[in-house]
Design a protein around this ligand. Structure first.
Ligand code: GDP
Length: 440
């Protein structure tokens, strides 16, 4: 997968920015992140529109005053998001004079050396559209689009305006993900053996390292073929060097690891068999999990481990209970043990992430759950009623449960349903989401 152009979405509080992002992301798999520091409050959504693709980033939004640390921080977050983007969409409230913007903010946007699209929101009737565009022309931003984030009116025009603008820039690539293989990254804290593992994988007899002529991708990523399947190992530049002794910073504080994980289909999460599991290991695992990526756990340096194998597995599971659905392999980059099994497990995980389940099988599973473990009546809540379950997205898989009243459905029921989906419908190796939706 390659990097898509980034479009930053921003607006004043109450302009309808969140409604807009919900509407736009609803149809697309939401990639969420709230990792510490730089990426907090930023969510990315990969959007496909009319054959063009881009990544929409939800920013912290504009703050009018920067009186305290929090507000200053939010402003800084916005600066960073604007910096990494190729285009900015500014959402304003069409019901307010000047959309609620002051001169200073406007000037700031005019000064940005990036194209800005003004999305005039809350324009609910078609009659108002032309009028709105005329009214807000005075703000000095040429690309204007009148929308209603609530009803969805004008969103198609907005998306076309975005892709048309991006297409003007020859250096941007809006092509859909070029399928160069299953994207894999190797992630873990320093010294767990990521480089050693990668180098060992390259030495596997069935691995053929390919090169893509005319691209610089091989400088960053490593395309390879293993048992007739193409893979692309992400961000391996640092891992390829045999001697990389410099300390890596806190793994998710930099943007790099986060970015590599985002580009991956399946992440190899590496831990050390003979070192204590630390908070840092747990944090890395949580971040990968939250990004909804397929995952395998590599317990490396198994050659140094002298104890009981089951004990080691139990010890590790106790630190990562939320990863129960992820296969774990005892491996050694030194002897090569376990590496073939780990490599073999990636493709099935990738395929599970893309598969869709027949409604009939889903209905059967739900009926069985309702029989064995129906939702219990919660205190002060309505009697829970479940109307149906459906798969609404793949990669990562997403299921939607339709009920009479979401608050009446116990988290225990949701959890047991989710676990049953993973076990009975075979979604091993991938995080799975369940949305609870009120029947209208
Ligand atoms: P990275 O920082 O995660 O990339 O870790 P490295 O690959 O640089 O490995 C850190 C150290 O652990 C090096 O001294 C490696 O030789 C050693 N190492 C890595 N994997 C293994 C293994 O499976 N067994 C043993 N005995 N040592 C290993």
């Amino acid at each position: 997968m390659h990097k898509l152009p980034i479009v930053a979405l921003t607006g004043l509080p109450n302009s309808g920015k969140s409604t807009l992002i919900n509407k736009l992301s609803g149809k697309h798999g939401a990639v969420t992140s709230d990792v510490a520091g730089t990426t907090r409050d930023r969510q990315y959504f990969d959007i496909a529109w009319d054959g063009s693709y881009f990544s929409l980033v939800d920013t912290a939004g504009l703050v009018e005053h920067q009186d305290n640390e929090l507000e200053k921080n939010v402003a800084k977050q916005l600066e960073k998001a604007l910096e990494e983007s190729s285009l900015v969409v500014l959402v304003i409230d069409g019901k307010l004079p000047k959309g609620g913007l002051d001169q200073k903010t406007l000037l700031k946007f005019r000064k940005l050396k990036k194209p800005v699209i003004l999305a005039v929101n809350k324009i609910d009737s078609p009659k108002e559209i032309d009028q709105a565009v005329k009214t807000f022309n005075v703000l000095g931003i040429k690309a204007i689009c009148a929308i209603s984030a609530l009803s969805g009116r004008g969103l198609g025009d907005l998306l076309s305006l975005i892709t048309d603008e991006l297409k003007k820039h020859a250096d941007l690539d809006l092509k859909p993900f070029e399928h160069t293989g299953i994207a894999v990254s190797i992630v873990g804290k320093p010294n767990v053996g990521k480089s050693s593992l990668f180098n060992k994988i390259l030495q596997e007899e069935r691995v053929v390292v390919s090169s893509i002529p005319g691209t610089t991708r091989t400088a960053i990523d490593s395309p390879l073929s293993y048992k007739d399947t193409d893979y692309i190992f992400i961000d391996t530049a640092g891992l390829k060097k045999k001697e990389h002794k410099q300390a890596e910073p806190d793994i998710f504080s930099g943007f790099q690891t986060f970015k590599s994980v985002r580009r991956s289909d399946v992440v190899m999460f590496v831990i050390d068999a003979v070192e204590e599991i630390t908070k840092q290991d747990q944090k890395v695992a949580q971040e990968i999990f939250k990004l909804g990526k397929g995952m395998i756990i590599l317990i490396n340096k198994f050659d140094l481990y002298k104890g009981d194998e089951n004990q080691l597995r139990d010890y590790i599971s106790s630190y990562f209970p939320f990863l129960w659905m992820m296969p774990a392999f005892l491996v050694s980059a030194k002897t090569g043990v376990g590496i073939t099994d780990a490599m073999d497990s990636i493709k099935p995980i990738y395929e599970r992430r893309l598969k869709t389940i027949d409604q009939e099988d889903i209905d059967k599973l739900l009926a069985k759950r309702m029989k064995i473990n129906p939702p219990k009546l919660l205190r002060d809540q309505k009697k829970p009623k479940v109307f149906g379950l459906a798969q609404i997205a793949t990669n990562p898989p997403l299921f939607e449960l339709t009920v009479n009243h979401p608050a009446a459905i116990s988290s225990q029921f949701k959890k047991s349903l989710l676990n049953a989906i993973i076990k009975d419908l075979d979604f091993w190796g991938t995080p799975l989401n369940l949305k609870v939706h009120k029947k209208i």
